[in-house]
Design a protein around this ligand. Structure first.
Ligand SMILES: C[S@@+](CC[C@H](N)C(=O)[O-])C[C@H]1O[C@@H](n2cnc3c(N)ncnc32)[C@H](O)[C@@H]1O
Length: 172
């Protein structure tokens, strides 16, 4: 009987995540280890003291960055409920002190003077680009997979994986 309840709960969580992904435009799929390593190398060279993961999913990238750059504060924003809850649980279990996770739409938050990290989708990149144009915010941005349409990147890296995943580095 316990197995049946567990199965129903897991099914409910999976369906809820799928519906929410359809509404948002992207699933909480985490960045791969190779991509995370490249983002870490770029983030270590950043002059900013605060890193913000824009759409942190299950929190794996934000936790990885916070653990490996312990002297910087990491903020993570996620709108999808269950990925957010799972990331909070992981943060607590792993006792990551320099990471704060919020269930918020990053488009409504203050992103000034920070290093922004994202793995979004074309519409999400367009919304972020509009926000960066509207506000003078002095940021650095690392974007996995997707580029901005108008802001020119300062650096582009190709990850040595089967997709040759591009990572773009910007300054605004
Ligand atoms: C592909 S996942 C990336 C997860 C993590 N950043 C990583 O690289 O491992 C993208 C996440 O962005 C979230 N997202 C998309 N738009 C958002 C918004 N405006 N505010 C907060 N989260 C958002 C989605 O719910 C999804 O979980």
């Amino acid at each position: 009987m316990f197995e049946l309840y567990l199965l129903i709960i897991l099914l409910f969580i999976t369906i809820t995540i799928a519906i929410s992904s359809l509404k948002i435009g992207i699933s909480p799929m985490p960045s791969s280890k190779k991509v995370a390593m490249e983002i870490l190398a770029l983030a270590k060279n950043s002059t900013k003291n605060e890193i913000i993961d824009l759409g942190s999913g299950f929190g794996s990238l934000a936790i990885f960055l916070a653990i490996n750059i312990p002297h910087k504060k990491v903020l993570a924003y996620e709108v999808s409920f269950f990925p957010y809850i799972i990331s909070k649980v992981l943060k607590t279990i792993l006792r990551v002190k320099n990471l704060e996770i919020y269930k918020k739409d990053f488009l409504k938050e203050d992103l000034k003077n920070s290093l922004l990290v994202c793995y979004l989708f074309p519409k999400g990149m367009q919304n972020l680009e509009d926000k960066l144009f509207d506000e003078t915010i002095n940021t650095e941005i690392i974007s996995s997979t997707f580029a901005f349409r108008h802001i020119k990147f300062r650096k582009k890296i190709e990850v040595k994986d089967i997709y040759r995943t591009p990572i773009y580095f910007y300054k605004t």
